[in-house]
Each structure stands twice: as structure tokens, then as C-alpha cells.
Ligand binder design. Structure first.
Ligand code: NAD
Ligand code: TDX
Length: 339
């Protein structure tokens, strides 16, 4: 079994590769990644040179490179994690989001058709459903919730999802889609809420909470997400969409306070800054379908997962310090300077 994993040098993709190599000793994984600012080859260092793993640097939008790799590897399955993934960056510069997230997905699917790939899995997000009101805890996103996007990022992911379903219906592409809630865990790039707050707190820097910090996200430990995708690949039905989430809604401000507490840092580091444009209020996934049809349930409790994640950032300082002392400083100044 050969699986091409795109975007495998990023946060969830790398965790997925580690998970799959451990769970299936007879699988071969080929990682295709462009190594944008978010891709990090050092993450994959422990498996580089292993017989069941290969890394190839390429852009999913590069038809020739993608075709060449498929011709060589004849993959059974393609799992597409490759994406521009940060909402704030999409607000600053949407173009690359449309390019990679939509057109890159098209290139992958065209190539899957050409080589008769048995499964194309698109890793999507709950953000395609838009947001939910804070005062309606009974409302959750199901697979039937209409697409209703807020940011260029979520619109680009929704565009890709629509294209995947169109390729399935028109060409019979054996495709599946998963839409997961916010992930946290090791190897997450410190532009996202949890690792950014951990890194800033450890450096005694201000903790920039957008607006009042009352926005709610539904957090899932990254390994639970990886296990769900593995299950969809093995038992999911083609043409189907599966929501993934663990009923773990938290307000941003409460997450930041918890990080302060765990690290023994004062809450006076918390600084309320100008809100994100078009900021989604609340995400909450109804995972009934994947639970009843595939038997998936999250295994990591948030109380344990957040401690484990903080411990990982404490134990792996060189991994994120190399990032935050580089080009990231320009990004940080641009996004947060005078905000
Ligand atoms: P990430 O930004 O950490 O990693 C993205 C990876 O894709 C990087 O390694 C980058 O180099 C690579 N990449 C970007 N453009 C590429 C291109 N044109 N060709 C090849 N590789 C390219 O992202 P992540 O948080 O790991 O998210 C992975 C996927 O999961 C994305 O599709 C995202 O939309 C989705 N998702 C993320 C979350 C979350 O909470 N992080 C939740 C739900 C869904
Ligand atoms: O500095 C910050 N301050 C802050 O208050 C940052 C970076 C974020 N926030 C807020 C904005 C959100 O309400 O925290 C919340 C989480 O923000 P992000 O980590 O940027 O995640 P989000 O916008 O929710 O999107 C994430 O989940 C869905 C991923 O980045 C997406 O790739 C995924 O699809």
C-alpha cells in the first residue's frame, strides 16, 4: 500500500505520517510538500532515510512534478493536507490561498484520475460551515449544514470541497472529505493560537487576544484527527463527507488563561488587541455520523492533551525557537505591531 501524503511537512500532515507508519507497518508513505514557511523538514528528520518513507519537495500546483511522482510511485491512496492554512494570512493576501487550496486540489484530482488512484481524501475544515451564535449551544455543524464561509481561507477550502464532490459525481473519482474542528498538539506552527500563546508566554511577551476573547473553538487533539482519517480511508464510503470533532468547546480567553496557569505566568501578559476582520464567533462539530458509521470517538481529554502539548513545546524549544527568531519576526511585526 503506497500513500502519497501532501503537506506532510506541516502540522497535521506530519503527525499523520508518524501515526500511519506506526499503525500500519506494511504501508509506504511518500510525502509531497512544497516547504512553504509552514513546512518544516526538521519535523520529519526522525523518519528520513527509512525504507517505508520518501520525501519529495514539490508544489501540488505543478502538474508536471505531480504527474512525474505519480508515474513513479503508482499510489493507491492520496491524502491532501497541503494548503495555506492561516486565516489571518488569507485576510492579508488571498491569492495564494485560491491557488494552492483550489487549483492545487484540482491538479491532484486530475492526476488521480489519470493513474486510477483508488482513493483521494481531501482534508477539509469545519470553517466551511461559517459560524454559530454563542447563545445557541444546541446548534452544531452537521454534514448537512449549508456551506457559508467568512474568510478567504474558508472560502478557498469550501471551493475545493465543492470541486471534490463535482469530480466524484462527474468522473466517478473515488473521493472522501473530512471536515475537522481546530487541532492542537506537537509541531503546530506558532502563528496559531495555542503555540503562539505558549511561545510568547515562555518569552514573557504579551499574549495578543483578539477582541474580548469570547470566540469559541472546538478543540481536538491532532492524533484523534489522524486516527479518524485512517478510519475513513479504510472503512469510509466514497462520495461521503465526515465531520470530525470531540465536543470540546472553549473560549479563546479561557485557553490563554489556562496556558498562563500551566506555565506559571501572570495573566497580566494578556493584551486585548483589535479583532480579526469577519471573525467567526463559534465553531462546534456534531460528530454523530463518524461515530455511528465508523465507530470513531476521540481518545484524548482536553485537560490531558493541553498539558501534553505544553510539555512538548517545553521539551522541543529548538524546534519553535528557530521559527520565531527567523522570518517570522517580520510576520509578527506586520500582524501584531500597533494592533
Ligand atoms: P500547516 O500550515 O501546518 O501545513 C501545511 C503544509 O502544506 C506545509 O508543510 C506546507 O509546506 C505545505 N504546502 C503549502 N502549500 C503547498 C503547495 N502548494 N504544495 C505542496 N505543499 C504545500 O497546516 P495544518 O494546520 O497542518 O493543516 C493541514 C490541513 O488540514 C489543511 O488543509 C487545513 O486546511 C486542514 N485543517 C487544519 C486544521 C487545524 O486546526 N490546523 C483544522 C481542520 C482542517
Ligand atoms: O494571536 C491570536 N489571537 C487570537 O485571539 C491568534 C493567532 C488567534 N486568536 C483567536 C482567533 C480564533 O478565534 O484564536 C482563535 C483560533 O485562531 P487560529 O489558531 O488562527 O485558528 P482558527 O482561525 O480557528 O482556524 C484554525 O482552525 C480551523 C486553523 O488555523 C485552520 O487551518 C482550520 O481550518
Amino acid at each position: 500500500m503506497t500513500i502519497i501524503v501532501t503537506g506532510g511537512a506541516g502540522f497535521i500532515g506530519s503527525n499523520f505520517i508518524f501515526y500511519m507508519l506506526k499503525a500500519h507497518l506494511d504501508y509506504r508513505i511518500v510525502c509531497l510538500d512544497k516547504l512553504t514557511y509552514a513546512g518544516n523538514l526538521s519535523t520529519l528528520a526522525p523518519i528520513m532515510g527509512k525504507a517505508d518513507f520518501r520525501f519529495v519537495r514539490a508544489d501540488i500546483c505543478d502538474r508536471e512534478a505531480v504527474d512525474g511522482l505519480f508515474a513513479e510511485e503508482k499510489p493507491d491512496i492520496v491524502v491532501n493536507f497541503a494548503a495555506e492554512s492561516h486565516v489571518d494570512r488569507s485576510i492579508e493576501d488571498p491569492g495564494i490561498f485560491l491557488q494552492t487550496n483550489i487549483l492545487g486540489t484540482q491538479v491532484l484530482m486530475d492526476t488521480c484520475r489519470k493513474y486510477g488512484v483508488k482513493r483521494f481524501h481531501q482534508v477539509s475544515t469545519d470553517e466551511v460551515y461559517g459560524d454559530l451564535p454563542l447563545d445557541r449551544p444546541d446548534m452544531l455543524f452537521t454534514e448537512e449544514t449549508p456551506i457559508h464561509t467568512s474568510s478567504p481561507y474558508s472560502a478557498s477550502k469550501a471551493g475545493a470541497d465543492l470541486l471534490v464532490m463535482a469530480y466524484h459525481r462527474t468522473y466517478g473519482l473515488p473521493a472522501t472529505i473530512s471536515r475537522c474542528s481546530n487541532n492542537y498538539g506537537p509541531y503546530q506552527f506558532p502563528e496559531k493560537l495555542i503555540p503562539l500563546m505558549i511561545a510568547n508566554a515562555l518569552n514573557d511577551k504579551p499574549l495578543p487576544v483578539y477582541g474580548e476573547g469570547l470566540n469559541v473553538r472546538d478543540w481536538l487533539y491532532v492524533e484523534d484527527h489522524c486516527r479518524a482519517i485512517d478510519l475513513i480511508l479504510r472503512s469510509g464510503k466514497v462520495g461521503e463527507i465526515y465531520n470530525i470533532g470531540g465536543h470540546n468547546e472553549m473560549r479563546n480567553i479561557d485557553i490563554v488563561r489556562l496556558i498562563c496557569k500551566e506555565l506559571g505566568k501572570p495573566e497580566s501578559l494578556i493584551t486585548h488587541v483589535t479583532d480579526r476582520k469577519g471573525h467567526d464567533m463559534r465553531y462546534a462539530i456534531d460528530p454523530t455520523k463518524i461515530h455511528t458509521e465508523l465507530g470513531w470517538l476521540p481518545e484524548m481529554r482536553f485537560e490531558d492533551g493541553i498539558k501534553k502539548t505544553i510539555r512538548w513545546y517545553l521539551d522541543n524549544r529548538p524546534w519553535w525557537e528557530k521559527i520565531v527568531t527567523g522570518e517570522y519576526q517580520n510576520y509578527y511585526r506586520k500582524m501584531y505591531g500597533g494592533r
